[in-house]
Every structure is written in structure tokens, then in C-alpha cells.
Design a protein around this ligand. Structure first.
Ligand SMILES: Nc1ncnc2c1ncn2[C@@H]1O[C@H](COP(=O)(O)OP(=O)(O)OP(=O)(O)O)[C@@H](O)[C@H]1O
Ligand SMILES: [Mg+2]
Length: 530
């Protein structure tokens, strides 16, 4: 019997769950020493803080060990890896034994967790589902899948976080009911509108995603905003080396203050390294100040716009807001009173529910691993890049649009591709994932980086990197070519190609050679979409 597990690698916390065949429910797993009970959850369920500390040589501390040893604010401790990996941050973290990229650090952390998984989950070959953010890109999903493969997990699937959470909450709902899942975690906000359907002949359940949307706002950004706010407002804050030494503990203090302000009206943000030597700092911070900050940073319009985009998908499938039976709020930041209030205001208090906010995604992903079916659609626009000899520039032709269902019933796009030079023996098919350029959104283009002096600071991203984040060449490392035999001449409209999608969201190409009249390839997979 395979052992079906879910690994919710979060920006702040990692939650592991396995499907218990005997009870037909998901059980959250604990790794002794690395896990701690979730805070804010009514039932104490274990989570692993997504933290790794490099202690020199091969020694590493993971999760709760980092807290227990008082190493959270050490420059050799790395956090928020998932955010930096998914945004393709080029930053290297200065660490003992040399600098490392966030992908390497993430692989060290997640690799250690996966290696410990069999002992926590019990007997059987592992089959795993990894929830990923709604807006996550192919490169992030591939990273997760290849890491799981190296850890010896035989079967690996990814599912988006909002859908996984919806599956867990949906287990308590009746078939036919439509509900919204709102997951605001450490890194991202993921919203989905889902309808639960009974499988054929009453067999199994199907979770039909009607609409979903994601946005890059979560607890980590809020911590950074408080951090900036404090530094800007407080002239008494030490500068130079002392300021740098205080920056990491200050950031942690901002995170704690944000959490405390969910239950208290006022708290102190204090940092003490060496009292009496200027290395101490303290300031009161109120819930009102925090809420004003959220307003200034445009959190509520962004939150509403994300909810609206998810609803839009449902509208286009014939559902209206009146069909919603409930809005389930999960994720650590769903505990922020102003966030709760915004949703209560939007949907009415009676519709809002909280459901084990920190472990729902992992529980739902474990249910997906156990075979709850999903009926889903594509999350981004995808385009073919071609050379336009008339304009002398590269251009994009959209092949698949966000919201297209898969598998596709008929070809999604048909086009002719031309040779760019005489004697061309193979014509490339470069596929790009088109991101949404968040123009005017300065916060999305600023990043918190560790500096060699051991502190942290916010920097503006250079233009090239902004562009890189907006359109991504998916098959750059594994280019796809259609062979031309005999070779093509410059500008010859050599192949008629059509694209479709299979049930694994793979983009398939069929190509007909206009010169010979032969179909040279049929339904050949090019890339897997998100
Ligand atoms: N009571 C609280 N009030 C406010 N914020 C909280 C509270 N409890 C936790 N948080 C914040 O929630 C975030 C962590 O939430 P969660 O564990 O859902 O994130 P994650 O799953 O790791 O991230 P993601 O899913 O975005 O990758 C942190 O920023 C944490 O500070
Ligand atoms: Mg999460």
C-alpha cells in the first residue's frame, strides 16, 4: 500500500500530512525537534518553521531547532526561501563556508525534510502532492518536482494551494455547494472559488475550480513594511554598524508585533543586543498604526481585486456571488482583524468561516494525494515568440489563455512558422509564460536582501530583472525543434502547426510540412503549463 503524503512548503511554515486510509482523513505529521505546535490553531497541530541555520561544516539546524537555540536572528539563518526561489531571486546569501543561492538553501531545507518524511509517515512507498501558489511559475514547480524525485519519492504531483485548501474545507460541505477559499500566508494570497461535485455513480468526489487568483502579498511583506515604517519614523534608531546589527532582530520583532496586534491593541517593538551601548531600541506600536500602514500600502484594494478576479472566473462559468455558501479563511494572516473585517464587509459576517488556518492546505493536498479528483484550468497566458522580419523585432503570439480548460477538446491555436535564414534545418518553438507586469506597484519591485555585513536592507530591483519576472522562457534549457528536410529557405512559411493541451496540462504540438505535405509530428509534448 503506498503512503500518500502532502508537503506544504510554506514561506513561513512547512506542514506535512499523510492520508490515513483507515479513517479516511488526513493526519498532520510531526518531525520531533523540528516541528512545533501551530500557534493560533484551536487544535494543536505540528508545523515546521521554514528556517535553516548553517552551523559550520556540514552541521545544519532545521525548523524549531533554530528557535530553540536562539539562532533566528543569526546571519547564518535563512528564512522565506520559498519567496526568493519563486521570484527567481539572483541574490546569493553570505553563509559560513561560502555564499549560496536561495534554490540551494531551499534544497538543503526541503531535502532534509523529505529525507525525514518516511520515518514520520510510516511504511509504504511515498506518493506526494506538493501544493504550490496559484501564481507560481513552471520553474518553481519543476524545482519542487525534481527535488522530490531526488529524495526518492516515486510519484509526485503539484496542485495549487487554494485548491488544496478548498478540498480540505470541502470535505465538510455538501456536493453542489460553491464556496470561496481565502488563504493569506507568509508569502502569497491565494483565492479560489470551488464547487464540490459527486463523482460518477456516487463514486468519489470532484472539486471543480470555477475561478482562482493569486497575489504576492502576505505576512513577510507586512513585516518589511513595519520595518521600513519604524526606520523612517524613529530618528532615535542607531545608524552605521550598530543599526545593521539591529536590523535582523528588528525584523523579527516586527513580525512578532504584527502577530500580537491581532489580539492586543498595542505592543512594544523592542530589540536589545547590548543595553547601555546604543545597541537597544524600543518603540510602542498600535493596531491603528499597523492598519494605517496596510491602508497606505494598498493592501485592501489588492485583496479585493484578487477576490474579484477569482469571482470573475466563476462568473464566466455561469456562477454568481449569490451561489457562494461560505468563505473559508485560512493562512496565518487571515487572523489579522483588519483582513477579517475586509472580508466580512465584502461578503457579510455570516458567510465567513475559519478552519484550522495553518494546516488546511496540507490536509487538502493529502486528500488530493488520496485521489480526490480536480477539474481545473490554466493559470497564465502562454505565447510563442517569433521573429518578425518586417518589423525586425521579436513578437509574441498567444497560444493559451488564462482560464482555458484542459484537456482541450480542439486545437487552441493554429499558425504558420517561417524560416529565418536560408538552409535552416530545424525551426525552434520557444514558449513563454507571460506574467502580469505590475506597473506602478513599487513594493513588488523591492526586495529584502541580506548584506555581507550581516544586516538586511530593501533594494530596488534593476529593470532587466523586472522584465525577467514578467515573461519567462519556459523551454530555454530544453529547446524544442521541428526538423525541416529538405532545409527551409528564409521567410518560407514551412510548417503549419497547431497546439492543444492534454490532461496533465502539457502543451502538445502537431506540425505539417507545407513543402512535403507530411505530418512530421503529432501531439508531441513541448512543455507543461501551470
Ligand atoms: N495571529 C497572527 N496574526 C497575524 N499574523 C499571523 C498570526 N499568526 C501567524 N501570522 C503570520 O502568518 C504568516 C504565516 O502564515 P502561514 O503559515 O499560513 O504561511 P505559509 O503557509 O508559510 O506561507 P505561504 O503559503 O504564503 O507560502 C507569517 O507572516 C506570520 O507572521
Ligand atoms: Mg501556506
Amino acid at each position: 500500500m503506498p503512503c500518500r503524503v502532502a508537503v506544504d512548503f510554506g514561506t513561513s511554515n512547512t506542514v506535512l500530512a499523510c492520508w490515513d486510509e483507515a479513517t479516511g482523513s488526513a493526519r498532520v505529521l510531526e518531525i520531533p525537534g523540528w516541528s512545533r505546535p501551530c500557534s493560533g490553531d484551536q487544535v494543536s497541530t505540528p508545523q515546521i518553521p521554514s528556517l535553516i541555520h548553517y552551523a559550520g561544516g556540514e552541521a545544519r539546524w532545521i525548523g524549531q531547532q533554530v528557535h530553540d537555540l536562539g539562532l533566528l536572528d543569526s546571519p547564518a539563518t535563512v528564512r522565506w526561501m520559498k519567496h526568493y526561489i519563486s521570484t527567481r531571486s539572483p541574490v546569493r546569501v553570505p553563509l559560513p563556508g561560502g555564499s549560496r543561492s536561495y534554490r540551494e538553501v531551499g534544497a538543503d531545507f526541503l531535502g532534509a525534510v523529505l529525507a525525514a518524511l518516511p520515518a514520520a509517515a510510516g511504511e509504504g512507498d511515498l506518493e506526494a502532492v506538493f501544493p504550490v501558489p496559484v501564481e507560481s511559475f513552471e520553474h518553481y514547480q519543476d524545482w519542487v518536482i525534481s527535488l522530490a524525485g531526488s529524495a526518492g519519492i516515486g510519484r509526485v504531483r503539484v496542485v495549487d494551494e487554494a485548491t488544496a485548501a478548498a478540498v480540505a474545507s470541502g470535505l465538510a460541505l455538501r456536493p453542489g455547494e460553491v464556496f470561496m477559499l481565502f488563504d493569506m500566508g507568509g508569502g502569497t494570497l491565494d483565492v479560489s472559488v470551488v464547487r464540490l461535485e459527486e463523482g460518477e455513480n456516487g463514486q468519489g468526489r470532484r472539486c471543480r475550480v470555477l475561478g482562482k487568483a493569486g497575489e504576492d502579498i502576505g505576512g513577510m511583506r507586512m513585516d518589511q513594511w513595519i520595518f521600513e515604517d519604524i526606520r523612517e519614523r524613529c530618528g532615535s534608531m542607531p545608524g552605521g554598524q550598530a543599526g545593521m546589527a539591529l536590523s535582523r532582530p528588528l525584523l523579527s520583532a516586527c513580525e512578532r508585533a504584527k502577530e500580537v496586534l491581532s489580539v492586543e491593541n498595542e505592543t512594544d517593538i523592542s530589540v536589545r543586543l547590548l543595553p547601555g551601548e546604543g545597541l537597544e531600541f524600543s518603540t510602542p506600536y498600535t493596531r491603528g498604526e499597523f492598519e494605517r500602514l496596510l491602508e497606505e500600502r494598498g493592501v485592501f484594494p489588492r485583496l479585493n481585486a484578487t477576490v474579484q478576479r477569482a469571482l470573475q472566473g466563476a462568473y464566466s462559468r455561469g456562477f454568481s456571488e449569490d451561489d457562494l455558501v461560505g468563505v473559508v479563511m485560512v493562512g496565518g494572516c487571515s487572523q489579522i482583524p483588519a483582513v477579517k473585517k475586509a472580508l466580512e464587509h465584502r461578503f457579510g459576517r455570516e458567510k465567513i468561516r475559519y478552519d484550522h488556518p495553518l494546516v488546511t492546505v496540507a490536509r487538502g493536498a493529502a486528500a488530493c494525494a488520496a485521489g480526490i479528483d480536480l477539474d481545473d484550468h490554466v493559470q497564465h497566458d502562454y505565447a510563442l515568440r517569433f521573429w518578425n522580419s518586417r518589423t525586425g523585432a521579436h513578437e509574441f503570439r498567444t497560444l493559451v489563455r488564462q482560464g482555458d480548460p484542459y484537456p482541450s477538446r480542439r486545437p487552441l491555436a493554429r499558425l504558420l512558422i517561417r524560416a529565418t535564414y536560408d538552409g535552416q534545418a530545424q525551426l525552434g518553438v520557444p514558449i513563454f509564460e507571460m506574467g502580469k507586469a505590475k506597473r506602478g506597484d513599487q513594493a513588488a519591485h523591492r526586495e529584502l536582501v541580506s548584506d555581507p555585513g550581516g544586516g538586511v536592507r530593501l533594494v530596488d530591483l534593476p529593470d532587466e530583472e523586472r522584465e525577467l519576472r514578467d515573461a519567462f522562457w519556459m523551454n530555454e534549457k530544453a529547446p524544442f525543434f521541428i526538423p525541416a528536410n529538405p532545409p527551409a529557405m528564409r521567410d518560407e512559411a514551412r510548417f503549419e502547426i497547431s497546439f492543444s493541451l492534454d490532461e496533465n496540462k502539457r502543451l502538445l504540438v502537431t506540425a505539417r510540412d507545407n513543402r512535403t505535405g507530411h505530418v512530421v509530428m503529432k501531439d508531441r509534448p513541448v512543455v507543461r503549463l501551470v
